[in-house]
Design a protein around this ligand. Structure first.
Ligand code: MLT
Length: 410
């Protein structure tokens, strides 16, 4: 008789974005003629950059010749990609990250979920609220979150609210915390922390031996100079922070799958008796045991994002989405709606009008305007009364959606 991991039975319904996809499919069945514009899940619409496509073609051809065919590669990623990442994303910013601190993977969703494998179940975990649901759900699966309470919070998690009341700047938790997830530029609110604001967290983490799990998946969208591109721009962060980076939103790899995680050798975890253990060593052990590496052709595609032409093409796409974000932000603000984010981020966080709930506004947008958003409360209790829109649609659909949103009466 196979016993199950009963923590799974505590999880509510389905995964947020799967639930929304189901609702939209049902709506499409009952309204086959509706022209539904999807600004819900943060999935890109632009094709891969030409430099990426040509690297892919070349790599595919290499796989057809015995002399250049590749089988298993290094689990941590091929040298050509790891070295390119270190040079461009770290050395170029004056940051000292070594090649054996980079772990190439199939996505930050997987890595932010899997990182829990190397961390004890007794850790007290803090999250900003609202938050990317993967952090919460994976901790619930592992048994670190406790029980789901009637107010939508998990009994053992520490919630750090980020709302318009505190300008989306999280305050340090008062409780004892062992691990905190920070995502900046933030998913879902689209807001950011400046270097000084992030330094507060790094200093606190150093003082209290807290591990920061820093999700930088939206780094490419930063436009303002005082917003850090990597947590390692903050002094001392290499002692306490693991950073997750992704090609998904940077270069349209949501379906192609490539990301990387930085685990500096100086980041320590502790045994119950207080002995220090390098998390780099543990993550390497986990990664090499449970993962066989990202396909060669995909790693060549990721490498191409850093060539001169690749960089220019990838930036042009990011600028295209940032322009969509501006159109949404300005269109909704002109309408009298309160909007946040969208300046250093592809996400726009909208306060629901007329005191509507997040799901009420979601239903209204879907049924009356045929626009799909993501209800803020789906990201956590402090997301109630907000809705997230993404800038990843086409320019035409974005303009059309903003035109439809003008029908909202406030
Ligand atoms: C989102 O919409 O929040 C993201 O697309 C989800 C993800 O990156 O997994």
């Amino acid at each position: 008789m196979a016993l199950i991991n009963e923590n799974y039975t505590k999880l509510p319904g389905g995964y947020l974005f799967s639930d929304i996809a189901r609702k939209v499919s049902e709506f499409k069945v009952s309204h086959p003629d509706a022209n539904v514009i999807r600004l819900g899940i943060g999935d890109v619409t632009k094709p891969l950059a030409p430099a990426v496509i040509s690297a892919l073609h070349k790599a595919v051809d290499e796989m057809s010749e015995a002399s250049s065919f590749r089988g298993y590669g290094p689990e941590q990623g091929y040298d050509f990609l790891v070295n390119t990442i270190v040079e461009n994303d770290y050395k170029a910013r004056g940051l000292n990250i070594a090649v054996d601190e980079i772990f190439v993977s199939d996505g930050s969703k997987s890595d932010t979920g899997n990182i829990g494998d190397i961390l004890g179940l007794d850790n007290i975990v803090a999250i900003t609220d609202p938050v990317y649901p993967v952090y919460v759900d994976t901790n619930a699966m592992a048994g670190r979150a406790g029980e789901l309470l009637a107010d939508g919070k998990w009994s053992k998690l520490i919630y750090v609210p980020c709302t318009s009341e505190n300008d989306f700047i999280p305050s340090l938790p008062k409780e004892k915390v062992d691990i905190v997830y920070l995502c900046y530029p933030n998913n879902p609110t689209g807001t950011t922390l400046t270097k000084d604001q992030l330094k507060v967290w790094v200093d606190w983490a150093i003082e209290n031996k807290v591990l920061i799990l820093f999700d930088g998946a939206y780094e490419a969208y930063i436009t303002e100079s005082d917003v850090p591109h990597s947590i390692y721009e903050i002094d001392g962060a290499e002692q306490v922070a693991i950073e997750f980076r992704s090609f998904s939103k940077t270069a349209g790899f949501t379906g192609t799958r490539c990301a990387y995680t930085v685990v500096p050798k100086s980041v320590m975890g502790y045994t119950k008796s207080g002995e220090k253990v390098s998390l780099n060593k543990l993550w390497n052990r986990r990664h090499t045991t449970k993962f066989n590496g990202v396909p060669y052709i995909i790693q060549r595609a990721a490498e191409a994002c850093y060539s001169e032409e690749g960089k220019a093409q990838v930036k042009a796409v990011v600028d295209y989405y940032l322009n969509n974000a501006k159109i949404i932000r300005e269109g909704l603000a002109a309408q009298g709606l309160k909007v946040y984010g969208g300046v250093n981020s592809p996400y726009i966080w909208v306060k629901t009008p007329n005191g509507m709930t997040s799901w009420g506004f979601f239903d209204y947008l879907l049924n009356d305007l045929n626009i799909v958003g993501t209800p803020g409360v789906g990201f956590g209790p402090s997301g109630e009364g907000y809705l997230r829109l993404t800038a990843f649609g086409t320019l035409e659909n974005t303009k059309e959606a903003v035109g439809r949103l003008k029908k909202i009466i406030i």
